[in-house]
Design a protein around this ligand. Structure first.
Ligand code: ADP
Ligand code: ADP
Ligand code: ZN
Length: 215
């Protein structure tokens, strides 16, 4: 079954965690602009070098860069059976470009899911987050620890704490979220597709909320 999803929500809401579970369950591609940008930074590509300073400061990477990434990915044959966007769109401009691109491809999004959760939870989630340097899998030191400390369950890669997951950068990211990304809720509400789910509770509990909503 084709399935095209968008996950919205503030930094730390669990978008990446849920996107990976959904990608596996429905056999669709996870497209995370954050993961793609971090790979580019790691590989020191031209795009990566440009993006790094924005990311380190907790600012958004310019729209034209991320829109380019998404158009490239959506064109890829592996997305023909469906995809889940996690971390894109983050601005109205990005949402409009996405809708144009989808129109050209004659496809549509099936579900937009907004994960709602208070900022007090998010600080704990982000400061305890460990990320795999190789595959991007996310862990949490308390709520979602790896089997072996510092090592990815999936690929044996090294786990690290993201530079932008320190408290002062987190505050900046929240500010950017409120200003640039939160208005997307109204934007999407207007075409009636937005569904909100509560983001508190365990990972499996939230996964059930989402799958109940979309199946
Ligand atoms: P989180 O999951 O914690 O919200 P992401 O991994 O999605 O973080 O994003 C990390 C950083 O990458 C952002 O702070 C931003 O600098 C950049 N980024 C990711 N996605 C986008 C996007 N759609 N538009 C602009 N910048 C982005
Ligand atoms: P986002 O992609 O929205 O920034 P992540 O999926 O990376 O968020 O989750 C942020 C952190 O919170 C990670 O350390 C992750 O392991 C943890 N986490 C995700 N979902 C939950 C949950 N339901 N309960 C507790 N911790 C969670
Ligand atoms: Zn890994």
């Amino acid at each position: 079954m084709d399935m095209r999803l968008i996950l919205l929500g503030p930094p730390g809401a669990g978008k990446g965690t849920q996107a990976k579970l959904l990608a596996e369950k429905f056999n669709i591609q996870q497209i995370s602009t954050g993961d793609i940008l971090r790979q580019a930074v790691k590989n020191k590509t031209k795009m990566g070098l440009k993006a790094k300073s924005y990311m380190d400061q907790g600012k958004l990477v310019p729209d034209n860069v991320v829109i380019g990434i998404i158009k490239d990915r959506l064109d890829n044959a592996d997305c023909s059976k469906g995809f889940i966007l996690d971390g894109f769109p983050r601005t109205i401009q990005q949402a409009e470009s996405l809708s144009q691109a989808l129109k050209q491809m004659e496809i549509d999004i099936d579900h937009l899911i907004d994960i709602e959760i208070g900022f007090d939870y998010l600080i704990r989630r982000l400061t305890g987050r460990w990320t795999c340097r190789e595959c991007g899998e996310g862990y949490h030191k308390m709520s979602n620890p790896p089997k072996k400390k510092g090592v990815c369950d999936k690929c044996d890669g090294e786990l690290y704490q993201r530079d932008d997951d320190k408290e002062e950068t987190i505050q900046k990211r929240f500010e950017v979220y409120r200003k640039e990304t939160e208005p997307l809720k109204d934007y999407y509400q207007k075409n009636g597709k937005l569904n909100a789910i509560k983001g508190d509770g365990g990972i499996q509990e939230i996964f059930s909320r989402i799958t109940n909503l979309i199946t």
